[in-house]
Design a protein around this ligand. Sequence first.
Ligand code: PMP
Length: 348
Amino acid sequence: MLSLRLKSLKAYNTETSKAKIKLSSNELPYELPDYLKTRIAQEISKIPLNRYPDPLCAELKEVLADFFGIKESNILLGNGSDELIYYISTAVGELNEAVLIPVPTFPMYEIISRTLGRPRIEVLLKEDFDLDLEKILEVFKERKPILAYFSFPNNPTGNLFSKEKIERIRSEGLFAVLDEAYYHYSGNTFLKDALEREDTVVLRTLSKIGLAGLRIGILIGKEEIIKELDKIRLPFNITYPSQVAAVLILREGREFIEQSIKKVVSERQRVYFELQNIKGVEVFPSKANFILFRTPYPASFVHEELLKRGVLIRNMSYLPGLERCLRVSIGKEEENDAFLEALSEVIK
Ligand code: PMP
């Protein structure tokens, strides 16, 4: 009785191999300091777990509004931004209207569109991984997409698409989602547009700045848009412990988060430079907390050889245009050193 749509789907392939050094999921490599862990334990022990959490997440929204410099009414929360992508894909346009997805990119845009049976228009990025404006505008002549996902910066290529091109594409009259999961590593944003325009929203997440385990995604948009999208949100989508822990960490752990981001950005620079020095490796510049690179060998070979040496990264060669490419998340200094050493050995 399951739908044909479902039969043709492949589950999102998360990397589950065990390794001493895990640089595969673009997480923050640093754990919370002990004083924060103790505070979290104290606060979580006070939660009445027999009760549902606050469905409105009022306190968390208040803290997030302060963190992002916006108003609570501009926020919709999701169990990770994945859930918000689901909501947007369900709510924007009719289900028979197409979704524009520049590829290669974060696979959830495609998977969720497929799940909903929505037509997709996937347009390959140019060789420099920027948007192919001509090809995208060409698409509009045949079939008008109503919704577009722009990963900004783009996962897994690491670059920021040209803002002017995004604006030009949006001016054709579609709803633009700027997925800024890696905002804290790029500093570039469409936040102002999201607060002023009805055709633009921004996605942020706490997953890349140290709190992936809490599953908190943030959609930012005009109050009118948030109110409409909120109609399809599942009632208690942010768990009680997640709400309590996130509030506490954003109140008492800002210094930790800010210092961690700085360290990752500085390590990104170093890893980029070191990768460039490994003969045969082609490295792509990154505005995120990961780096994409290509080697002369099959990516599965490099992936396996690194794993044998205790380092887990992500094979990206299954995505269009990314033959022989792998993606490494920026880790702690010693983890990055171990990765670079292992890669030099494998490439030799
Ligand atoms: N968007 C992009 C571009 C991502 O790379 C990721 C995580 N890999 C997500 C969204 C999902 O993040 P979350 O943990 O908030 O669901």
